[in-house]
Design a protein around this ligand. Structure first.
Ligand code: GLA
Length: 726
């Protein structure tokens, strides 16, 4: 009986499919991706770069134009790695795709090109998409897999995209870090063999290695020149980026969900959509790619905040940690209002009834006010904020619970767990992760935001934290046969919740935080306005981390706070408040300390900083970034600048990163200006008690500033300067 059904099925699948053939150019304003399909064949990739190449020219040049656009196991040669590998219901792992249809749709902002492909034997459909934006040089690619086999198939590998580069001295730049030292760029040449960058945290994916990279096609990466390709995988879970350099110096780049322990079981007629992989190409080096990604994020909806700017806020965490009282909170509001701040955010520690959150080992999930700390509830705080003309924000960690909580007592089955095995616990020895594959848990998590917003509609800002990895790989909700879907379904569940939150609360500002910068990724940013760059707010280390983070993320997404000194994780060094302000001012500015402990100088500097920042904010937060000197180059100075689109205004930041007698500091050549325009330099956030430096008020042409450059007076330890150019 079984044999007959299978036979009929195979006959059906083997019926010849109509093949599509043709050549397609996928274009953005300045870039082109060339693809070809021959009759009965799969899709081939011929070129990705600027618009100087056509297929005919490439043919005349004798180029190989036939790299698989989506190499599948069973069709690529044994020495190549597949981007897609499925196991059919009968155990067969071969997939031989042929293009059967090609179509496009146009929504005004982008054209989506869809290549539909079918396996030559089994009823599997793979759609390969390329979304080409009309206003920014980004192409997103992803796939959709569906099938009509009688039983579930398994996706053993399901990359979002694959790109082949031929020849050349290609270097890769990727970010690596750790908790409190995120995003250090590593640059290295691609050599023969396989290089893999991956993450396996389960819940967060950017503390250690990040799901973005750049390839420099003209040797050692340069900031302002050189052909460069950028990749960003828009996914919040485990990922794998692979670069395989094979003979003839072909570099194959693959990006997608990490299939380790995540072989995805797909039911008949169910569609699996892989995350989007965004690709950008620029002739203007690494900062060219950064500017493209920043524009794409802000203007094409990859960052919920879009082109809006974020408020200047005080966050309570590093000032009072869990030691919240109504009196302290209201005093902090007085202080931030006096400095000219706009928003107060109450961090961790405000909740828990049966188990009040006194230390970090209880209460997550019990999102009710701790009446001992806040006898008049949150209403008293939103009232107090309003009276001070401040907005009010609050911290939650809705995907998590502690084994010491009422939530866990009521719903022990709601946490990810390995039945029969001990629960592994994270922070505080009790923290566990809720099972977001379960729709009831999704409802609960949505309800955390919804209940708060319904009770306190004046909440204007939520800090959404996630401080645990998935350590217990098991779900009591998913069936046994689908336990390997957990890593993926967790994030699909999270995104469902976030979509619901955004449908109901589009204007709520939400910060994405995960023990600092653990969730800086384009999978989540469409639902968040900004992210916390790092739990480390030491200003000197922030110069480094913010530099790395800016490679892919725009300034209005990067939360940067002025801290107190000495700082707990960098010893006894005393960084002047002027430097701390200048470093925080280069992104979304905030402050995170106990204001009542500040010196008069610190208070005055912060007040100046806030006032100047309000004036510079649109250019900083939504301008075009040029990185001028990297702190990682160890030349004693780090510098970045932003320009507006008309190049009529700019903001320049310069930080001294070390200090030696007779140290030759580089002359600073600016970038991104209009050579023919004349700019006046105005020093901002001048150090309290000092006069502006000698460059203040001087006029220079854009050509002089970019070609000859200026020497910035930076004398003492932690010297820094901020200039407005207008
Ligand atoms: C994480 C965040 C911090 C703070 C604490 C609160 O570590 O990154 O900013 O919110 O949690 O517990």
């Amino acid at each position: 009986m079984k044999k007959t059904i299978l036979g009929a099925l195979m006959l059906l699948a083997a019926t010849p499919l109509l093949a599509w053939q043709g050549e397609v150019a996928i274009e953005t304003p300045n870039t082109r991706l060339l693809l070809t399909a021959w009759e009965g064949g799969d899709l081939r990739q011929s070129y990705y770069g600027d618009k100087s190449a056509t297929l005919q020219q490439l043919r005349d040049a004798g180029d190989d134009l036939s790299f698989e656009a989506l190499p599948t196991f069973g069709s690529v040669g044994a020495s190549h790695l597949p981007a897609l590998q499925v196991q059919h219901m009968d155990g067969d792992q071969n997939l031989e795709l042929q293009v059967t249809d090609y179509s496009t749709t146009d929504d005004g902002r982008a054209v989506v090109h869809t290549f539909t492909m079918h396996d030559k034997l089994m009823p599997i459909t793979v759609k390969l998409f390329y979304k080409a934006y009309k206003h920014v040089d980004v192409i997103e690619t992803w796939t959709e897999i569906t099938h009509q086999e009688k039983k579930a198939i398994t996706l053993n590998r399901y990359d979002s995209g694959h790109l082949v580069l031929r020849q050349g001295d290609v270097w890769v730049t990727h970010l690596h870090g750790n908790w409190a030292s995120e995003t250090e760029p590593t640059m290295e040449p691609l050599t023969q063999g396989l290089k893999t960058i991956r993450n396996s945290d389960g819940a967060r994916n950017s503390h250690l290695d990040a799901p973005e990279l750049m390839l420099s096609l003209d040797g050692r990466p340069q900031e302002l020149t050189g052909r460069t390709i950028g990749f960003a995988l828009c996914w919040s879970g485990n990922f794998e980026l692979r670069m395989n350099t094979v003979s003839h110096r072909e570099h194959h780049v693959y990006a997608g969900i990490d299939p380790t322990a995540a072989h995805y079981v797909l039911d008949p007629r169910q569609t699996f959509e892989t995350p989007h992989l965004a690709m950008a190409y620029s002739n203007e080096g690494q900062s060219g790619i950064s500017r493209i990604f920043h524009n794409w994020a802000r203007k094409e909806g990859m960052l919920h905040r879009g082109m809006q700017t974020g408020d200047i806020l005080l966050n309570s965490w590093e000032g009072i940690y869990l030691d919240i009282t109504e009196e302290k909170i209201i005093k902090m509001m007085d202080d931030i209002a006096a400095f000219g701040g706009e928003l107060f955010v109450m961090d961790d520690g405000w909740f828990g009834d049966k188990y009040p959150r006194k230390v970090d080992n209880s209460s997550l999930g019990d999102w009710v006010v701790d009446k001992n700390k806040l006898p008049n509830g949150i209403k008293a705080l939103t009232d107090a904020a309003r009276e001070r003309k401040l907005k009010f924000g609050i911290w939650i960690e809705p995907e998590m619970t502690n084994t010491v909580s009422e939530l866990f007592e009521q719903h022990p089955d709601w946490v990810l767990q390995r039945p029969g095995r001990d629960l592994r616990k994270g922070r505080g020895g009790t923290q566990v992760v809720l099972d977001l594959t379960n729709p009831k848990v999704q409802d609960f998590v949505f309800g955390v935001v919804d209940n708060l917003m319904t009770q306190y509609p004046e909440i204007a800002y939520i800090k959404w934290d996630a401080n645990a990895s998935i350590e217990n790989y098991g779900s009591t909700y998913l069936p046994k046969a689908k336990q390997s879907n957990i890593y993926v379904d967790y994030h699909l569940g999270l995104i469902k919740v976030l979509k619901r939150v955004r449908e109901k609360y589009p204007d709520l500002v939400i910060q994405d935080c995960a023990s600092g910068g653990g969730r800086a990724n384009y999978g989540l940013l469409p639902y968040f306005d900004e992210f916390w760059v790092s739990d480390n707010t030491d200003a000197l280390q922030r110069v480094y981390m913010q530099y790395g983070t800016s490679m892919f993320f725009p300034a209005n997404a990067m939360a940067q706070h002025i801290n107190h000194v000495p700082y707990w994780n960098t010893g006894k060094r005393i960084i002047p408040v002027k430097f701390r302000c200048d470093v925080a001012m280069s992104g979304r500015l905030g402050i995170e300390l106990q204001p009542k402990d500040m010196t008069p100088e610190e208070r005055q500097q912060c007040t100046t900083c806030f006032a100047d920042y309000k004036q510079l904010r649109p250019i900083v937060q939504t301008g075009n970034l040029y990185r001028l000197l990297s702190p990682y180059d160890r030349r004693g100075v780090s510098s970045i600048m932003y320009t507006n689109d008309q190049r009529s205004q700019a903001v320049l930041f310069v930080y001294k990163t070390d200090n030696f007698y007779d140290q030759p500091l580089p002359r600073l050549r600016l970038a991104g200006l209009d050579a023919s325009k004349t700019y006046t330099l105005v020093e901002k956030n001048v150090r309290v008690g000092e006069e502006p430096c000698k460059l203040n008020g001087k006029q220079f042409t854009g050509r002089f500033l970019m070609d000859v450059g200026i020497e910035i007076p930076l004398w003492e330890d932690y010297a820094s300067r901020v200039f407005e150019l207008k």
